[in-house]
Design a binder for this molecule. Structure first.
Ligand code: KIV
Length: 271
């Protein structure tokens, strides 16, 4: 359980306090009411309504197809379930890139219609103007650097990012720009652990890693991956805490057998 479970509500300020106190931040994705209720009740610090919903919930091969309306629907369900965690919602692909007015409008829709607590967007220097503009409306912004899945067709692969010096230097610079612009936290995805640790040391804001080693201020995983519901996705950084894929398959198989054999329902399971 989180050391901060006694906190009534997690805020952007409490995350900064956790970094200062050396308490690691826990973050998981959720996209629906039932899972969000469980994750929040377990004491998670941050729930990310990630655009990974595009893969996990809708079965797309990338995060690009999910729409702003769909993200708002997911965020509404999560917010309804959440008492304590800070709820951060991703700005989906096409709702902010290259247009800070659009970025502000999309963020306002998320805050107003879903009542999320903050938004997350991907990118460095190229989104700084948007970060500043979103902040003018008082909306907290989380950054996301390293492997940024909305740019997968530019990268071409889901391999580790910023292994080369030039890309590592750009990432360090982008991280500083995002902090200066006013981001309250930063996600670093799939980059070398040493580089991630350096970013976390350079910045005052918390750095939350996924595949970025233990030298950062917190960790995030996709809930369905860490619960072992997804089978095909096996990156080195993923620790599975359950094997729900097999558990659910067995339970469903047992139910089918019970129906076919007329074992279910029995005398006490009817009116
Ligand atoms: O969409 C998502 O789930 C994310 C996490 C992988 C950080 O952005």
């Amino acid at each position: 359980m989180s050391h901060y479970k006694e906190l009534k509500k997690v805020t952007t300020n409490s995350l900064i306090e956790m970094k200062e106190a050396g308490v690691k931040i826990s973050m998981l994705t959720a996209y629906d009411y039932t899972f969000a209720l469980i994750v929040d009740g377990a004491g998670i610090d941050v729930i990310l309504v990630g655009d990974s919903a595009s893969n996990v919930m809708a079965g797309h091969v990338s995060t690009l197809p999910i729409t702003l309306d769909q993200m708002i629907y997911h965020a509404q369900s999560v917010v309804r379930a959440t008492n304590r965690a800070l709820v951060v919602c991703d700005l989906p692909f096409g709702s902010y890139q290259g247009n800070s007015k659009n970025a502000l409008e999309s963020s306002i829709r998320i805050m107003k219609e879903a009542e999320a607590h903050a938004i997350k967007l991907e990118g460095g220097e190229e989104v700084v103007e948007s970060v500043k503009r979103i902040l003018t409306a008082g909306i907290p912004v989380m950054g996301h650097l390293g492997l940024t899945p909305q740019s997968i067709f530019k990268f071409g692969t889901y391999n580790v990012r910023a292994k080369e010096e030039k890309e590592a230097e750009k990432l360090l610079h982008d991280a500083e720009l995002l902090e200066e612009a006013g981001c309250f936290a930063l996600v670093l995805e799939k980059i070398p652990a040493k580089l991630a640790e350096q970013v976390a040391k350079n910045l005052k804001i918390p750095v939350i890693g996924i595949g970025a080693g233990g030298g950062v201020d917190g960790q995030v995983l996709v809930l369905h991956d860490m619960l072992g519901m997804t089978k095909e996705f096996n990156p080195r950084f993923l620790r599975r805490y359950l094997n729900l894929h097999d558990e659910i398959t067995n339970a469903v198989g047992k139910y089918i057998d019970d129906v076919k054999s007329k074992d279910f329902p029995n005398a006490s399971e009817q009116y």
